[in-house]
Every structure is written in structure tokens, then in C-alpha cells.
Design a protein around this ligand. Structure first.
Ligand code: ADP
Ligand code: MG
Length: 487
């Protein structure tokens, strides 16, 4: 449990939350230089003169990064601005060699838009975007490398970010987490951000305030740089409770920027909130206005993939699957694609079961992403067909799946080579049943006199004789029929 300041329990407070999300743009090179964004490079090995802010260097916008931001904004149904500006945002920090960050303040690349999330009751709720803009990331200060000095790694310096600002329309930490999940899923679908929160490639600043239901919005505090779903939830819960207890003691809230300590699960004041004028924003004289050709925007719009929510609705409608299963299948674009390719040639309900069940288990065990699955959708679908047409029992099919993965063979080859096909031919089964009943006349009589539990014995004998390959339902039916008529 997060430790919260003590307070009388109160239910009359509304919690108001607004998120500012930073997403690292998926791109092989930085925002204004050609330097690689390779994540695991040695410290300071991926730094050009531009990234190190040497005098006289000229930033040149990376068109791929701009396209990624446009694609993202389009997926949120935001309005792309045909003209936007790069501004300098000044602050002094050792890992910011320019002494300012190139960002977009006066005219961002996109305004408005929205995304639908599930609220705490599972109902859809629209969260409006205020804006989306492009900016550079800073370097990284390493405080624990040397005992008396701080080291600076500039590999991140100049990497492109999208900042996505949302309206203060969230009402609980659960909704905030739901929003982050929806954003992460969407960006990964688009391929515009890898969504790796642990690496800091997707992180959020959360703004929290409380108010009585009739009041205007309360004074907010901003908690910086949260890079996990759990921290977002814990930080909001703590902060909202802190505001409530202060208000209930009759105190006022001071607008602040705060940090979340993951060990104590509390927030701490970092600085009083800075205002826009503190940053002395002005248009970067080295960068002309960013003018976008409508044809370019149109082309990116046409290339937008089906979005996760649309895919979810379509799968529900088209395949007759359960909601929870659909949610699993659309979690990642590659999973959805694998499922659809499998379902194209076999029973979709079975395809869903096999992907979510045995295939996920296999991939999990091998730590393999689905796009590198050792079994292709076509081969999985052939295996499912073998169960559907009675060639394989479900149990045997699960073993065949594992053999397929280790041997690279098809289901058909394995069935043939290991002689695994189920015996479901009536003539073959009837002959075996006939012989069995002949061998046990006493048991047949006992059965006919009412000891019907003996059916299990007969089925067991047939299964034993066929080494489990007889089709169990068929054996059952044929036996019952024969036992009625015997001797
Ligand atoms: P700034 O640019 O100074 O950080 P903004 O007004 O642009 O301030 O708001 C930043 C974020 O704070 C937005 O996500 C917004 O939704 C959120 N926010 C604004 N007012 C409040 C409030 N009273 N309570 C909670 N969040 C708020
Ligand atoms: Mg802010």
C-alpha cells in the first residue's frame, strides 16, 4: 500500500488529472542531426557536433521524425497545422549542452484530437488532446558513477520526442493508467514509438488537483517523469490524498513541480512551478517555420493502420469471440495479424483458442515474440484442421505443436512419421470392439444387467490397445450401440 498522509476519510472530493506524455520518436537518427539513436551504444559514442551544441552548428529537421509525429497526431484525430514553429526553451542544466531545448511552444504541429479509453467501470470515455508537439530530448546525468563528480552521457541529447498534452479530464489513477495503456498500444501499432517505459522511451508527467464538486479546478501539482504504470498510479494516489488532507485542514495548495520517490512511494517538492516566461521562449532563428504540404499529410493519412480500438470492434463483430480473448488478440498488431492469418483458413474460434493457449505458452517458454514464431499461421491452421476433422485428438495435437516447433516439420509430416493419426474409421473400431466383447462375455452380461459403469472398462481397453489413438467419442458411441445388441 502506498503510504499516504493521514486524513479523515472523505468522499466529497473530486480528483482531476491531466497527463503530459513524452514519447521517443521511433527513428534511426536524431531530430536535427544524422547521429544514430542506437539505444545501447557506449556513453557519448553517439554524439555529433550538433548534439554536443558546438558553436556554429546548424540543426536540420529529420523528415522521418516529422512524418512520425504527423502519423501519430492523425491517429489521435488531431488537426495537423500546416505551419508550425520551432522555439527555444531555455533552462540551465548540465545535460543540456545548448542551454536551451528546441521545442514547439507558440505553434505546435498538431492541436486537438482525442483517444477513447475504458473508464473504471469499463465504459468508453473520450480523453481530449490539447496539443501534440515535437521537441528534443536532453542528455543524461549519471550521479553514481564517480564518488565526487557527476558524469554526463549525451547519447540521448537531440533524440526526437513527441510531447502529447491531454486536457484535465481524467478522474482517477485508474483512468490515468488506462490512458497510458491506450497510448502505448496505439503508438506501437503505428510504429512511431516503441513504448518501452522501462528504458524511458515513454514517460508521463502527471498533473493532479482536487476540488469539491461545485468548485472550479483546484491548484495543481505536477509530478515529473513517471516511467511505469505502477508509479503513475501510486504517485497520483499519494498526491491526491496529500491535497485532500491539506484542504481538509483548511490549508491551501501551492502549485509545484514534484518528484515521486519509488522507494517511499511519496512525492517530494522539487521546485515551485516555473511559468512560460521563465523559459524565455522564442522562435529558433536557425530553423525556418515547418510548412507541411497537404499532399504529404494526405499520404500519411492513407497509410494509417487500423487502430487498436477499431480492430477490437471488428474482431468482436466478425469472429464471434469473447471480449477478453479479443483484447488479448489485439494487444499487439503482430498478434492480431498472426491470428487473422491463421483464421483465414480454419475455424476462427479454434484459431483464437490455439493462439491464446498453446501457442502463447510455447512462445513464452522460448521468450520469442510472435513475429518470430517457429510455427507459421498456415502451419498452425493445418494443425487445427487436423483436430477439427478428427485426425488428431486435442491432447496429441498439443504434443505435435511442440514437435513442430523443435523439428520445423509440418503437422502432416509428424502425424505420418510418428503414426499419430486417430483411428476414427467405424469399420476398424467395430472390429476391435467385436473382439473385445467376445473376450469378456461375463462383463457384457453384467453391463446388460445394469452395471453400466463397465462402459469405462471397455473404452479403456480399446484406448489401451490402440495406444490412445482411437477417437474417444466414437469409441463411446459405437460401444454403447454394440452392448445393447450383444452377444
Ligand atoms: P504547463 O504548460 O504550464 O505545464 P498547462 O496548462 O498546459 O500547463 O497544463 C499542463 C497539464 O496540466 C495538462 O495536461 C492539463 O490537463 C493539466 N492541468 C491543467 N490544469 C489542471 C488542474 N487544475 N488539475 C489537474 N491537471 C491540470
Ligand atoms: Mg508541464
Amino acid at each position: 500500500m502506498p503510504r499516504t498522509p493521514s486524513s479523515a476519510p472523505s468522499t466529497s472530493w473530486d480528483i482531476v488529472i491531466g497527463l503530459e506524455v513524452h514519447a521517443q520518436i521511433a527513428s534511426t537518427s536524431k531530430l536535427f542531426s544524422r547521429t544514430s539513436t542506437q539505444p545501447f551504444a557506449d556513453a557519448n559514442s553517439s554524439v555529433s557536433l550538433i548534439d554536443a551544441a558546438m558553436p556554429g552548428m546548424l540543426p536540420i529537421p529529420n523528415q522521418k521524425c516529422i512524418d512520425q509525429a504527423i502519423t501519430t497526431a492523425l491517429a489521435f484525430d488531431a488537426d495537423i497545422q500546416h505551419v508550425s514553429l520551432f522555439d527555444r526553451k531555455h533552462y540551465f542544466y548540465p545535460d543540456l549542452p545548448q542551454g536551451y531545448q528546441i521545442s514547439q511552444y507558440h505553434k505546435p504541429i498538431a492541436l486537438g484530437g482525442h483517444i477513447t479509453i475504458d473508464d473504471d467501470k469499463g465504459q468508453p470515455k473520450d480523453i481530449p488532446l490539447t496539443r501534440l508537439h515535437i521537441e528534443q530530448d536532453a542528455g543524461k546525468s549519471l550521479h553514481d558513477l564517480f564518488p565526487h563528480a557527476t558524469a554526463i552521457d549525451l547519447n540521448r541529447s537531440g533524440v526526437g520526442l513527441m510531447e502529447i498534452v491531454f486536457e484535465p479530464s481524467l478522474r482517477s489513477s485508474g483512468e490515468a493508467v488506462s490512458l497510458m495503456h491506450a497510448i502505448r498500444q496505439l503508438l506501437r501499432y503505428l510504429g512511431t514509438c516503441d513504448g518501452n517505459m522501462e528504458a524511458g522511451n515513454l514517460r508521463a508527467d502527471v498533473n493532479v488537483s482536487v476540488r469539491q464538486p461545485h468548485e472550479p479546478l483546484g491548484t495543481r501539482c505536477e509530478i515529473k517523469n513517471l516511467n511505469s504504470m505502477r508509479f503513475i498510479q501510486q504517485a497520483i494516489d499519494y498526491e491526491a490524498q496529500r491535497h485532500i488532507s491539506l484542504r481538509e485542514k483548511g490549508q491551501t495548495i501551492t502549485q509545484q513541480t514534484r518528484l515521486f520517490n519509488t522507494n517511499t512511494q511519496r512525492t517530494y517538492a522539487m521546485r515551485s512551478k516555473e511559468e512560460a516566461h521563465d523559459y524565455r521562449y522564442f522562435p529558433d532563428p536557425d530553423l525556418p517555420p515547418l510548412v507541411l504540404d497537404p499532399a504529404r499529410i494526405q499520404k500519411l493519412k492513407e497509410q494509417l493502420p487500423e487502430r487498436p480500438r477499431e480492430k477490437y470492434q471488428r474482431f468482436l463483430k466478425d469472429y464471434g469471440l469473447k471480449k477478453d480473448d479479443v483484447a488479448l488478440l489485439v494487444a499487439e498488431r503482430d498478434i492480431a495479424q498472426f491470428f487473422e492469418e491463421t483464421a483465414r483458413t480454419t475455424n476462427p474460434v479454434q484459431a483464437a483458442r490455439w493462439v491464446i493457449g498453446p501457442l502463447f505458452a510455447l512462445l513464452n517458454k522460448r521468450q520469442t515474440p510472435i513475429q518470430d514464431s517457429p510455427i507459421s499461421p498456415q502451419r498452425l491452421s493445418a494443425l487445427i484442421d487436423a483436430v477439427e476433422d478428427g485426425t488428431l485428438s486435442e491432447r496429441t495435437a498439443k504434443d505435435v505443436l511442440i514437435t513442430m516447433a523443435t523439428s520445423g516439420k509440418t503437422a502432416r509430416d509428424i502425424i505420418q512419421q510418428e503414426n499419430l493419426a486417430q483411428i476414427s474409421d467405424d469399420n476398424v473400431l467395430n472390429a476391435k470392439i467385436h473382439a473385445l466383447l467376445q473376450a469378456h462375455p461375463d462383463k457384457v452380461t453384467a453391463y446388460q444387467q445394469g452395471k453400466t459403469r463397465l462402459l469405462g472398462f471397455f473404452v479403456g481397453e480399446i484406448m489401451r490397445e490402440t495406444k490412445g489413438k482411437a477417437h474417444p467419442q466414437k469409441v463411446n458411441a459405437l460401444l454403447q450401440e454394440k452392448l445393447k445388441k450383444a452377444p
